[in-house]
Design a protein around this ligand. Structure first.
Ligand code: DC
Length: 648
C-alpha cells in the first residue's frame, strides 16, 4: 500500500484555489443531461466521483464533450435517455447513484446499477420506497435496501403525495426532486421523518431553478413541483469551489496561524458547508469573507473547546473532529448520525484514528467526544478506510509538530486528486534566501536544500529564461505585455542540473552576461513578475522548499518559516563571479563585472515592484568574509532554530 509521510509542520499560510464542488458538479451534469439544449459547464470538479457520473451519462446516450481546462459541453436529452439498456458502474459515488437511479427509474428502461463493495453497504431503500410510490419497478439484486439495483420499464403515475424519509441521507430527497419534473406531472413530496443535512437540499433547489424548474418549499416538510415544468439549459454555467474541501485549509489556518485564504467560494456561495467557517469562528479563529474567498487566521493560543450540533455540515464537520486535537479542553460533535453510512462508518473510523494520536475518544450513536492530549503522539500511521475525507482531515495532525503517515493517500482522488499538492502550498516549510547577484546565495541555497532533502527553486533562473525566450522570439525586453505573455507559459524545465527551454538545453546560455542584464530588465516589469508568481509558488511541495531570489521572503512566500538576506560587498561578489566565469572557461573582465553588478544592484533595488531589500523579518548573513562552507553553516544555524526537526 502507498503511504505518504507528512513532515512536522509549524506554521501555515498562503492561498489555495479550490477545485470545483462535488455536490454542484454532479447535480449540474445530471440536470444538463436532462434538459433541452446544450449546456457548457465550466470549472467542473475532475475527480473519481464526477468521472463516475460522466461515464454513466455517456453510457445512457448523453452527448458529453470535454472542452479542456475542466469545461464540458453536455447535449441535453430533454428527459429521454436514448439508450434504454445498460450496466452502470457507480463506484462509491453517492452523489451519482442516487439521483441517477431516480432519473432512470422514472424515464423507463432496463438498467443495472452497481458499485464497489462499500457502495453495496450504503442504504438506498428510502429512495427506492419513494420511487415505488410512483409505480417504478426496482429490484434489489443483492441485499434488500442496498445496491446493486435492477430497474425495469414501468408506467409512472404520480400519486397525490409522495412520502419519503429524510433522516438517513438528504440525497434521497435530492434524487426525487431532480427526477420528478421528468414525469411532466405535478408532484408533492412530504417528509416522513425529520430531514437531515438541509443545506444540501438548498443546493438542489437552487440548481433546479437555474435549469428552469421551481420547487415551492413549506418549511422542510413539504415540497411542491407544479405540473408542466421542464428543464431548460441555462447555456453557460460555472461550478463554484468545493466548500467541504475548503474546510481543511481554513482549519489549517486556524490551527497553524495563517492567514490561509481559499479562493472559489465566498459570501454568496450556495453550499451549506461554507458555514463551517462560522463554526471555526466559535473555536476562536478569525474569519474574513470576500465575494469569492474566505480567509482564516488562528487565535494566539489553542483553539477553544467546543460542543456543537453539526447536522447542517456533516462532511465539513469531520474536519472539526481533527481540529479538536488542538483545542484547550474536551470537545463534542453532535447530531452526526449520517457519518455512519458514508464512505465508511466515519464515527468509528474517526475514533480509532484520533486515539492513535493520543486523544481520548468516546463514540455515541450520533456523536463523538474528543479529549485532546497535551501533545500528539508521534509517528502515528493513519488508516484512511478508502475515505477521502479521512485522509484530508488527518493531514492536519502534522500541525501538531509530529510527522504523520497517511496510508493510501490516493483515496483523495474521490473528490480532490491534488489535495496534498494544495496542502503543501500552505503547509510545506519554506526557507527563503534573498540577496543581490553573486552573493553566493544560489550555491548556499542548493546546499541547504540538499541538507534538508527539500526542493530547490532558483527563481532568478526563471527571469533569465524569460529574457532568453523573449530575445529568441524577437520580443523587445521593454515590451511588458509581450514578455509577460511569454513568461506565463514559459516552456522551461529543470532536470538533473540541466535547464531546458522549449526542448533546448540552455544551462550555460542563461548564465551569459547579456542574459544577466536582460533578466534584470524583465524582472523590473510588474506584469512579468505577476506572470511568474504562481509558477514559483508551485515549487512549494513536501517535504519543503529552499527558494532563492530577491523577493522570496517578501512577496512569493511571505509566510516562509525561515527568511534570510544573504549578501556580500560588491567587490567580493565581482571577484567571485570573475572566478566562476574563468573556471567555466568563459571570458571575464573584473572591472566590467563590478560595474555591471553595481548597475544591476541599483536596478533591482530601485524598481517599483518587489525591489531588492532586506525585509524587516529577514536575518542578515554577510558572506564577505566567509567561505562557502561557513556561509552554509551560518544559514543552517538560523534554519535549525526555526525548523527544529530535520526531515531528511
Ligand atoms: O539571481 P540571478 O542573478 O540569477 O537573477 C537574475 C535577475 O533576476 C536579477 O537581475 C534579479 C532578478 N530576480 C528578481 O528580480 N527576483 C527574483 N526572485 C530572482 C531574480
Amino acid at each position: 500500500m502507498e503511504q505518504l509521510t507528512l513532515p512536522p509542520i509549524k506554521h501555515v499560510s498562503g492561498v489555495v484555489h479550490l477545485p470545483g464542488s462535488k455536490s454542484i458538479s454532479n447535480r449540474m451534469l445530471l440536470l444538463a443531461a436532462l434538459a433541452t439544449g446544450e449546456t457548457e459547464i465550466r470549472d467542473l470538479l475532475d475527480s473519481d466521483d464526477t468521472q463516475v457520473m460522466l461515464a454513466a451519462l455517456k453510457k445512457v446516450g448523453v452527448g458529453v464533450t470535454a472542452l479542456g481546462h475542466n469545461a464540458y459541453r453536455v447535449i441535453g436529452c430533454g428527459g429521454n435517455f436514448s439508450i434504454k439498456d445498460a450496466d452502470l458502474f457507480m463506484g462509491n459515488a453517492g452523489t451519482a447513484i442516487r439521483p441517477l437511479t431516480a432519473a432512470l427509474a422514472l424515464t423507463g428502461g432496463d438498467y443495472r446499477l452497481s458499485g464497489v463493495p462499500r457502495m453495496h453497504e450504503r442504504p438506498i431503500g428510502d429512495l427506492v420506497d419513494g420511487l415505488r410510490q410512483l409505480g417504478a419497478r426496482i429490484d434489489y439484486t443483492g441485499n434488500d435496501g442496498f445496491p446493486p439495483l435492477h430497474l425495469h420499464p414501468a408506467v409512472i403515475t404520480v400519486p397525490q403525495t409522495i412520502r419519503v424519509r429524510g433522516d438517513v441521507s438528504s440525497q434521497f430527497l435530492t434524487a426525487l426532486l431532480m427526477a420528478l419534473p421528468l414525469t411532466g406531472q405535478g408532484a408533492v413530496i412530504e417528509m416522513a421523518t425529520e430531514l437531515i443535512s438541509k443545506p444540501y437540499i438548498e443546493i438542489t433547489l437552487n440548481l433546479m431553478a437555474r435549469f428552469g424548474v421551481v420547487v415551492e418549499r413549506e418549511g422542510w416538510e413539504r415540497f411542491t413541483i407544479k405540473a408542466g415544468q421542464r428543464y431548460r439549459s441555462p447555456g453557460l454555467i460555472h461550478v463554484e469551489g468545493d466548500a467541504s474541501s475548503a474546510s481543511y485549509f481554513l482549519a489549517a489556518g486556524a490551527i497553524g496561524g495563517g492567514p490561509v485564504r481559499v479562493e472559489g467560494i465566498g459570501k454568496s456561495s450556495i453550499q451549506g458547508d461554507v458555514r463551517f467557517a462560522d463554526e471555526l469562528e466559535k473555536l476562536g479563529a478569525q474569519i474574513t469573507w470576500g465575494e469569492n474567498w474566505i480567509e482564516a487566521r488562528g487565535p494566539a493560543g489553542k483553539l477553544k473547546a467546543f460542543d456543537l450540533d453539526l447536522n447542517h455540515i456533516p462532511d465539513a464537520a469531520m474536519t472539526l473532529a481533527v481540529a479538536a486535537l488542538f483545542a484547550d479542553g474536551p470537545c463534542r460533535l453532535r447530531n452526526i448520525a449520517s457519518w455512519r453510512v458514508k464512505e465508511t462508518d466515519r464515527i468509528a473510523a474517526m475514533a480509532t484514528e484520533l486515539r492513535k494520536l493520543g486523544a481520548t475518544v468516546e463514540e455515541g450513536v450520533d456523536t463523538i467526544a474528543v479529549s485532546p492530549a497535551p501533545t500528539l503522539l508521534t509517528n502515528a500511521v493513519i488508516d484512511t478506510y478508502d475515505d477521502h475525507r479521512m485522509a484530508m482531515c488527518f493531514s492536519l495532525a502534522a500541525l501538531g509538530g509530529v510527522p504523520i503517515t497517511i496510508n493510501d493517500p490516493n483515496c483523495v482522488a474521490k473528490t480532490f486528486p491534488d489535495y496534498f499538492d494544495a496542502f503543501a502550498q500552505i503547509a510545506a516549510p519554506v526557507i527563503a534566501i534573498d540577496g543581490p547577484s553573486a552573493s553566493g546565495k544560489g550555491t548556499v541555497a542548493e546546499r541547504v536544500a540538499e541538507h534538508y532533502g527539500y526542493h530547490f527553486l532558483d527563481s532568478g533562473a526563471l527571469y533569465r529564461l524569460t529574457a532568453l525566450h523573449a530575445l529568441r522570439n524577437g520580443i523587445a525586453l521593454d515590451d511588458e505585455g509581450g514578455v509577460a505573455t511569454l513568461a506565463a507559459t514559459l516552456p522551461a524545465e529543470f532536470t538533473e542540473g540541466r535547464v531546458m527551454l522549449a526542448g533546448d538545453e540552455v544551462t550555460i546560455a542563461i548564465r551569459q552576461e547579456e542574459i544577466s542584464i536582460g533578466a534584470s530588465k524583465v524582472a523590473a516589469l510588474p506584469a512579468v513578475r505577476a506572470a511568474l508568481l504562481e509558477r514559483q509558488r508551485a515549487y512549494r511541495r513536501f517535504p519543503g522548499l529552499v527558494a532563492d531570489g530577491r523577493d522570496m521572503g517578501s512577496v512569493v512566500f511571505p509566510g516562509a518559516d525561515v527568511k534570510i538576506f544573504l549578501t556580500a560587498s560588491a567587490a567580493a561578489r565581482a571577484e567571485r563571479r570573475y572566478k566562476q566565469l574563468i573556471e567555466k572557461g568563459l571570458p571575464a573582465n573584473i572591472h566590467a563585472l563590478l560595474q555591471d553588478l553595481q548597475e544591476r544592484d541599483a536596478r533591482d533595488a530601485q524598481r517599483s515592484v518587489a525591489p531588492l531589500q532586506q525585509s524587516a523579518d529577514a536575518e542578515l548573513v554577510d558572506t564577505t568574509p566567509l567561505g562557502i562552507d561557513e556561509a552554509v553553516a551560518a544559514v543552517l544555524a538560523i534554519a535549525r532554530r526555526e525548523l527544529p526537526v530535520v526531515s531528511k
